[in-house]
Design a protein around this ligand. Structure first.
Ligand code: X90
Length: 286
């Protein structure tokens, strides 16, 4: 049985070792230029164009057809998307699943709405890859993934919310309260898959300290961590050092954001996905 993992480009991954893996690109539109977030994109040229361009810019989700192509000829596909609360990418994957299963009897596509993006999706992908390699059956992989999803988190330190606000992906009330130069917004992906600002921090040092506080609140001890940065390797390394000093270990990796995350997590931003012991959802109390 041929199993494949397919994700969109918000995961910031281009390939995976020893696993059939496909990426479906989102698009970044800057005036006349349509940047396709794949392995051929010139990220430096896109960022330069973005910072100098005065007109409207935007992003767009992949079409069902693009998803379908990426499913290829796999018998079982694990398809992971960016949060459906901020993008049409998930809807388009669900349409592709229906067409694919209809056209190829016996094939199956599991579509997972990550309610998140970037490094938290990368954690899901690595988990699925592990389970496929260990020989688990598709239904068991999917079940394990749903349980895993409750114990992973995405936090961020964003250098600006301009592109979020300009594209109507955060409320104008939130946007108005932020946006001062030099102020970083530390926050997390909410349970609903939206951007939830938690702290406004003057300077990166304070933002990094806040991120460590949030790791502690989540019951972090030694779980896997992925840090993604947009042109801020120094910040990512500083965060890594703080994690080592606080928890005695850095069980993780550092990546660069690809185009989609670089558009919203503007230069200087950090994203951190990690596994922790406490559940995302507050325990139900009556
Ligand atoms: O469909 C589209 O055009 C794509 C829209 C994507 C919007 C969200 C991108 C988030 C990128 C920014 C920081 C983390 C925010 C977490 C909220 C879930 C990364």
């Amino acid at each position: 049985m041929k199993m494949k993992i397919v994700a969109d480009s918000s995961a910031n991954l281009l390939s995976l070792p020893d696993i059939d893996f496909g990426v479906v690109p989102l698009h970044i539109i800057v005036g006349e230029n349509d940047y396709i977030d794949d392995d051929k994109i010139d990220l430096t040229a896109m960022q330069e164009n973005l910072s100098s361009y005065k007109g409207k810019t935007s992003t767009s989700s992949p079409s069902p057809h693009e998803w379908e192509n990426a499913f290829g000829d796999a018998d079982v596909v694990f398809c992971i998307t960016i949060t459906s609360s901020l993008s049409g990418t998930y809807n388009s994957a669900v349409i592709a699943k229906d067409i694919y299963e209809h056209n190829h009897t016996g094939r199956k596509v599991y579509v997972l709405d990550s309610l998140s993006t970037g490094p938290e999706i990368a954690l899901f992908i690595e988990k699925i890859a592990e389970l496929i390699k260990a020989g688990f059956a598709p239904d068991d992989i999917y079940k394990t993934l749903l349980e895993y999803k409750d114990k992973t988190h995405l936090y961020f330190s964003l250098a600006s919310l301009n592109n979020f606000a300009k594209n109507g992906r955060i409320s104008p009330v939130i946007a108005a309260g932020i946006g001062l130069l030099g102020v970083r917004v530390v926050g997390k992906a909410s349970d609903e898959g939206t951007l939830l600002p938690l702290d406004k921090c003057r300077g990166e040092k304070r933002a990094l300290k806040k991120l460590i506080d949030h790791l502690k609140e989540c019951g972090y001890t030694d779980g896997k961590i992925i840090i993604a940065h947009n042109n801020n390797e120094a910040g990512a390394l500083e965060l890594k050092k703080l994690i080592e000093n606080t928890f005695g270990i850095f069980n993780g990796t550092i990546q660069k954001t690809r185009a989609l995350c670089s558009y919203y997590a503007e230069p200087g931003s950090l994203l951190i996905g990690f596994e922790a012991s406490l559940c995302k959802h507050k325990p139900y109390k009556d």
